[in-house]
Design a protein around this ligand. Structure first.
Ligand code: HEC
Length: 145
């Protein structure tokens, strides 16, 4: 009986154990894994890609987005550490709720003076992966009551 219970528990853990096991294994592994590769490609896009415009993300968001700063006109540039965890959020200037990728579109159109790639394009996925990696461990959803 005890053995059966034990067997059931083992099967239970195997089937219904933490669904993030594979993600955790990949995160812990020292080999370069797909999510880490996406983070690296995204960091490269953040630093170098102009999307047909005249700036990069890094022009305004210093230190790979980790530093807060100011534009030449004095407007505040927020640090992107923890930013992804606070999307979707209300954008006062637009008077509506926007997603993280809509914020990217705003920065690409307005900040870079470039052309946003199609939603779901590989570049945007890599960029989103990189910016979201800056929220590792941040509290998700501080904007919600
Ligand atoms: C010309 C300067 C400039 C450039 C270039 C720029 N941004 Fe921004 N970004 C800002 C400013 C200013 C804000 C704050 C105002 C706002 O939310 O629009 C901001 C806000 C953001 C936010 C929201 C932060 C928060 O806490 O709400 C994200 C995410 C972001 N930018 C990502 C990017 C990415 C990714 C790129 C490159 C594709 C980029 N930005 C390029 C100036 C810029």
């Amino acid at each position: 009986m005890a053995l059966r219970l034990l067997a059931a528990a083992v099967v239970g853990i195997a089937c219904f154990g933490p669904i993030n096991t594979r993600a955790a294994e990949l995160a812990a592994s020292t080999e370069v894994n797909p999510i880490q590769q996406a983070v690296q490609r995204g960091a490269d896009i953040f630093a170098h890609d102009q999307f047909g415009g005249v700036r990069t993300c890094g022009t305004c968001h210093a230190d790979g987005g980790r530093a807060a700063g100011k534009l030449p006109n004095g407007a505040a540039v927020p640090s992107l550490v923890g930013a992804a965890a606070a999307f979707p959020r209300f954008a006062p200037r637009l008077q509506r709720v926007i997603t993280l990728s809509q914020q990217f579109d705003r920065c690409i159109t307005g900040g870079l003076e470039g052309q946003p790639p199609a939603p779901g394009s590989p570049e945007l996925v890599d960029l989103e992966t990189y910016v979201t990696s800056l929220s590792k461990g941040a509290v998700m959803g501080p904007q919600f009551k």
